[in-house]
Design a protein around this ligand. Structure first.
Ligand SMILES: Cc1cc2nc3c(=O)[nH]c(=O)nc-3n(C[C@H](O)[C@H](O)[C@H](O)COP(=O)(O)OP(=O)(O)OC[C@H]3O[C@@H](n4cnc5c(N)ncnc54)[C@H](O)[C@@H]3O)c2cc1C
Ligand code: SF4
Length: 330
């Protein structure tokens, strides 16, 4: 049985107290929300914080407000169950509700939060293993070692962004609010992520993600498709977040596509808008978008399923997601 290492748990009851606790304990401290990602990682000694600053009692982080006209504000401490079952989110931000509802299993969605999900540690078959296993093969640079075991000639880590909601918030052009000792700031969701399996967030260690702000729905239709071996439980090995806005005649005004789990950050397929805008999409148009996504996606051999199979699945998943949005036959 894997056991947690000893640590001190601090339980602030306000955001201000949480910020102060992080500042007081500096590099020894980490935040914990639901703990569904962090505690298993600590059991495997991927993280060894001396102090955990728990966010569960910070009520300010638990609120969900707004509507489709004004946009929604989702507190980072809202559970995945609360997000996936919220009626306005379900109706007007379908991709958000769907992605939250596809994370893992019901017990984990009752504990896991949207903030924790967006900050989930990138994954790799050589890293998400018990300490003894990693020691036996020689550690890698993400923890305790100095080389990459997937790409030994590489000077960076290629661990995979494995959050279901990360590609969705980037595709929806959401804004994230961060609060730290110097006050608050807001950044577009795509600026929250770095293409680096170790230093994967632009957030400072002393900053807390407090809110996910969704823009007004404004005619956007959104969806999320997830590839995984088992229909429940598993992390994504491909995520497809697709958004589309039509004009009155059925022509596409705007379209966006972001892939998850094929690189260390959500991967934006920038060509999508140009390929679809002004068109009443045909099978061939969707194939062109699928091809653009296929060429960009470069999954590595460090997750479940053969990496080339994961790459090949990009085409049908992208086509399927846009067909769903367009109401086209599968
Ligand atoms: C068996 C299993 C299956 C899983 N399947 C999936 C899956 O299919 N898809 C998926 O996306 N995830 C999956 N997960 C991971 C995890 O359960 C979810 O991502 C969950 O949403 C994490 O939220 P949490 O609140 O539990 O995060 P925590 O574990 O509490 O924290 C995760 C990370 O985020 C940081 N953090 C938490 N809250 C904040 C905040 N407000 N501000 C700044 N940093 C913060 C923590 O310091 C930590 O680094 C799975 C986990 C397990 C154990
Ligand atoms: S990609 Fe390389 S460095 Fe990163 S976790 Fe995997 S083996 Fe380690």
């Amino acid at each position: 049985m894997l056991r947690l290492p000893p640590f001190t748990y601090v339980a602030p009851t306000s955001l201000q107290e949480a910020v102060e606790a992080l500042q007081t304990h500096g590099d020894n401290a980490m935040l914990v929300a639901g703990g569904t990602d962090l505690y298993p990682n600590m059991k495997r000694r991927q993280f060894e914080p001396k102090v955990l600053v728990g966010l569960r009692n910070v009520q300010e982080l638990r609120e969900i407000s707004g509507d489709q006209e004004a946009g929604m504000v989702i507190g980072a401490g809202s559970t995945l169950r609360e997000v996936s079952s919220h009626v306005i989110i379900q109706r007007h931000y379908h991709a958000v509700a769907k992605a939250a509802g596809l994370v893992s299993t019901p017990p984990l969605r009752n504990m896991g939060t949207i903030g924790g999900n967006l900050c989930v540690d990138p994954r790799c078959n050589y890293y998400n293993m018990p300490h003894q296993w990693r020691k036996a093969i020689g550690f890698c640079m993400k923890k305790d070692g100095d080389i990459c075991l997937v790409a030994p000639g590489s000077n960076r880590c290629w661990a995979i962004s494995s959050s279901d909601l990360a590609p969705v918030v980037v595709a929806l052009d959401a804004t994230l609010r961060l609060v730290g000792p110097k006050g608050g700031r807001e950044i577009p969701a795509d600026e929250f992520y770095r293409d680096d399996g170790i230093d994967y967030l632009t957030k400072g260690r002393d900053e807390i993600l407090t809110e996910v702000r969704l823009p007004p729905a404004d005619g956007w239709k959104t969806t999320y498709w997830k590839l995984r071996r088992r229909g429940s439980f598993d992390f994504p090995i491909l995520g497809v977040a697709a958004c589309l806005r039509l004009d009155g005649s059925g022509e596409v005004r705007d379209a966006r596509l972001v892939l998850g789990a094929v690189s260390s950050r959500p991967l934006e397929v920038d060509a999508t808008g140009d390929l679809l805008a002004g068109r009443t999409p045909t099978e061939e148009d969707l194939e062109a978008v699928a091809e653009a996504a296929f060429s960009l996606a470069k999954p590595m051999d460090n997750a479940d399923g053969h990496f080339f199979w994961r790459k090949r699945m990009v085409r049908p998943y992208v086509k399927g997601a846009f067909k769903e949005l367009l109401g086209m036959e599968g």
